[in-house]
Write a protein that binds this ligand. Structure first.
Ligand SMILES: *Cc1c(COP(=O)(O)O)cnc(C)c1O
Length: 472
């Protein structure tokens, strides 16, 4: 039996106590609270000993999984190690104690950091001006699209209501365009996973505001025709938006500004090593080319000036690496991804054979162990089995181009030994599937819970103990 087999409420025994208060020392003081402040019913609390409480919280803390506990190859998320010096700097009282409403004249140092950060990001991306207001990647997309729309409006070009998005795009791209009131037009990918330029050409016209792209795209492939695409879109009067959430592989190697993009966002919480997951915190600064500088300065898309703590961590990271070393980050991330891809392609279907950037996509197992009588193991089963071996699962069933998509992104911060151990386990899982897929289908065997109803868990989570008997 494991510690998590019983909830702390189930360990409760009537009258058991974890503390003892000293005797009342002040004669005449009753210490009784006024009746109107008292609960109608006693609080629902377990009655347990001190050691039960200590174990409860210690075990809870260890049920979590993070980059600091193990390898986390979650594609399109860049779960790289976040150096602890970033945290130390963000926690310094001079920064941690800032208040968004304090007088501007007391914020000269902070302004200097914003300026230096703008210069650094401009050098890295080839954009001219940045706004740091957006607090997430999707927030940056919305801001960028508002800039795009405003650009056309200011020129009196009001018919441009469509945004072109590749079928491989991250889900937030069409979602942001819809929130911005723009219509979405999908451009197809070719067999090789790249945007089909011939499919794009007839979509371009006087009603197109622009195109949203990611490069490398969500398959981890570099869009080699980007120069031609940029020329076509610009000729048609549109702008190019770059989703730079996953800028990692391009750091110091190539710049969206040089490829012809006009607007972009970065996810500081991915590429620039600030902790993320579980919904935040984030920072999605938006960069623009010179001609959009006025618009970006006048647009107010959030209160205050973004998530300063995250921006500061990213700045510490950039300074720590420096101009030379930051160039290595993307190259190592690319090397690590290709190493895993090549090492595993005899066990997992590789739908597109080519050199990838920081991530790649498998399309399920080559031998899923299925027969006429029994189903084979799916990508979900592989992901669940990985948990038994102590790894975070990759991103699964995204991008939507493949039915059994499994998107792996190792990042540059992992050693060859870590990658080898992961490769070993992935081979082991493939062998298990071939022999008896039920091992995977019943996984995880060692995790605190097995398989929840994922929709119910997301939509109707039960987050507190519910026991009628205890409550009454
Ligand atoms: C993560 C991601 C986003 C969204 O970023 P959030 O900060 O989660 O809003 C957008 N595009 C791509 C390609 C991403 O990987």
């Amino acid at each position: 039996m494991k510690y998590y087999d019983k909830l702390i409420f189930e360990l409760s025994r009537k009258g058991r106590c974890g503390y003892s208060l000293p005797e009342q020392q002040f004669p005449g003081v009753t210490g009784a609270l006024p009746a109107e402040l008292l609960r109608e019913k006693p609080a629902l609390l377990p009655e347990v000993s001190e050691v039960d409480v200590v174990r409860h919280y210690t075990n809870l803390s260890q049920m979590n999984f993070g980059v600091d506990t193990g390898f986390y190859p979650l594609g399109s998320c860049t779960m790289k190690y976040n150096p602890k010096i970033n945290e130390e700097i963000a926690a310094m009282p001079a920064f941690g104690g800032l208040h968004p409403l304090q007088p501007e004249c007391t914020l000269e140092g902070v302004k200097e950091i914003y300026d230096a950060m703008e210069k650094s990001l401009a050098a890295i991306t080839g954009m001219k001006h940045f706004t740091f207001k957006p607090c997430a990647g999707a927030h940056g997309e919305l801001t960028g699209l508002m800039i795009m729309r405003e650009y056309h409006m200011r020129r009196g070009d009001t018919a441009r209501v469509k945004v072109i998005v590749p079928d491989s795009a991250h889900g937030t791209n069409p979602a942001s365009a819809a929130v911005c009131g723009l219509q979405i037009v999908v451009v197809k990918s070719k067999e090789d996973g790249l945007v089909d330029v011939e499919d794009l050409k007839p979509l371009l016209g006087p009603d197109v505001a622009g195109i949203m792209m990611t490069n490398p795209n969500t398959l981890g492939l570099f869009e080699r025709d980007i120069k031609q695409i940029a020329a076509l879109v610009h000729e048609a009067g549109g702008l190019l938006y770059y989703d730079g959430a996953n800028m990692n592989p391009l750091l110091g190697v190539a710049r969206p500004g040089d490829m012809g993009f006009d607007i972009m966002h970065l996810n500081l919480h991915k590429t620039f090593s600030t902790p993320h997951g579980g919904g935040g915190p984030g920072s999605g600064p938006v960069g623009v080319c010179d001609k959009l500088g006025d618009i970006v300065k006048s647009l107010q898309t959030s209160a205050f000036n973004g998530n300063f703590g995250v921006i500061l961590r990213a700045y510490a990271y950039i300074l720590m690496l420096g101009r030379q070393n930051i160039k290595m980050a993307g190259k190592l991330a690319t090397l690590n991804a290709n190493y895993i891809k090549e090492s595993l392609k005899d066990s997992y279907k590789l739908p597109i054979e080519s050199v990838c950037k920081h991530e790649f996509v498998f399309d399920g197992l080559i031998n899923d162990g299925g027969t006429e009588e029994k189903h084979g193991a799916t990508t979900l089963d592989v992901a669940k089995r990985l948990l038994d071996y102590g790894y975070h699962a990759p991103t699964i069933y995204f991008p939507l181009l493949f039915h059994q998509a499994m998107m792996i992104e190792p990042t540059e911060t992992e050693s060859k030994e870590t990658l080898d151990a992961f490769i070993d386990v992935m081979h082991k899982i493939a062998a298990e599937a071939a022999e008896d897929p039920a091992i995977l289908q019943e996984a995880p065997h060692n995790a605190p819970i097995t398989r929840p109803d994922e929709t119910a868990a997301a939509r109707k989570p039960i987050l507190k103990y519910q026991d009628e008997a205890l409550q009454s």
